[in-house]
Each structure stands twice: as C-alpha cells, then as structure tokens.
Design a protein around this ligand. Structure first.
Ligand code: FES
Length: 181
C-alpha cells in the first residue's frame, strides 16, 4: 500500500517554505554546494590526498638525499690552529725513542736522542707514509720506499724530494710542548 500522507512530489516541494527545493536540472539549490566534477569525482578529496602523498614523497626524498649530500659536502673544519700546544708528558718520549703527536693538522714526530729533543713532520715527503725513529741507525726512516732523514729532518737518502718540515719542542715542567717553527 502506498504511503500518501508523507509523499512529497516535486510540485509540492516547490511550495514548501524553508526546505530544499529542486531546480529544473534536478540539483539541490540550497545548502553547501559539493564540488563534484565529471562522473561524480570528488576533486576536494582528491586534492587533499594529492597533498598528503606529495608531503610523504618529499619527506622520503629529504631523508634519502640528506646523508648523500652531507657525505659529498663534508662540514667545514672549524678546528682552530694554534701556535703552541701541550701534546703530552715528557716522560712519554724516553731517551733513544721517538713518538708521533697530532699538532693542528700535522703529525709531528718528537725524537729524544740521548736527551736531545727534536721535532719534525712525521709525514714522508715522498708519498706521505709515516716515518719512525730508527735508534740503531740514528735516523728517521720511512718504511714505504726507504727514504731516510736526519733527526732534524734533512734528507740522507731515498726518493723523497724535500726534507721534513721542522717544529720546535720543549719541556715545561712535566709537559711536552710543540711550537710552530
Ligand atoms: S713514502 Fe716515504 S719513501 Fe716513499
């Protein structure tokens, strides 16, 4: 059985005040219009999802590229260069021995030859290997290609083109102090 009392025909709806009315095209003419395009696609929702996906993509790209870029472009070295530095204790270099210390960006070998302290670069001027003090021969020797230097850095023999750069060294109290020459 048809319910006739509550049925609202289009003609009757047009006469009702306050309610939504149908236009001739069949769409609602009052209330908040919904942005719908062709085929009922909700462009507002699609735009929101596009932004979310784009944001996630950007976050993934940044988290992937940041380590790569920071590897390629290392941070600037902010370490300050000093003229004089306490590198250790004098007792660390007993007689007839040598010990390598870091001094600013340089590796410096301090040699104690029977109480005579000297310091020069520990980096061989041939191809950059580290030299050591050979007490039996009383010289600095490079293990890579046989370069030899005097305790004070001058060339004795070998393929190296230059002597070892010299530094100053002194003992202050118990401390060993290296200074730029
Ligand atoms: S690097 Fe020292 S002799 Fe070659």
């Amino acid at each position: 059985m048809a319910q006739q009392g509550n049925f609202k025909s289009p003609a009757r709806m047009g006469t009702l005040g306050g309610g939504a009315s149908l236009s001739s095209s069949g769409s609602l003419s009052s209330g908040k219009p919904r942005e719908e395009g062709i085929g009922g696609v909700d462009f507002e929702r699609r735009s929101f999802l596009g932004k979310v996906v784009g944001g996630i993509g950007a976050a993934v790209a940044v988290s992937t590229l940041y380590p790569v870029i920071s590897y390629i472009i290392p941070p600037a070295n902010t370490a300050k260069s000093v003229n004089e530095l306490v590198v250790g204790k004098a007792a660390e270099v007993p007689e007839k021995s040598g010990k390598i210390y870091q001094f600013n960006k340089d590796k410096v070998i301090v040699v104690n030859d029977n109480g005579r302290l000297t310091a020069c670069s520990a980096v061989c001027t041939h191809l950059g290997c580290l030299v050591h003090w050979d007490n039996s021969l009383n010289l600095l020797a490079c293990p890579c290609h046989g370069a030899t230097y005097k305790q004070t850095g001058e060339i004795i023999a070998g393929p190296q083109p230059l002597p070892l750069p010299v530094f100053k060294v002194k003992v202050v109290g118990e401390d060993l102090v290296i200074t730029k020459a």
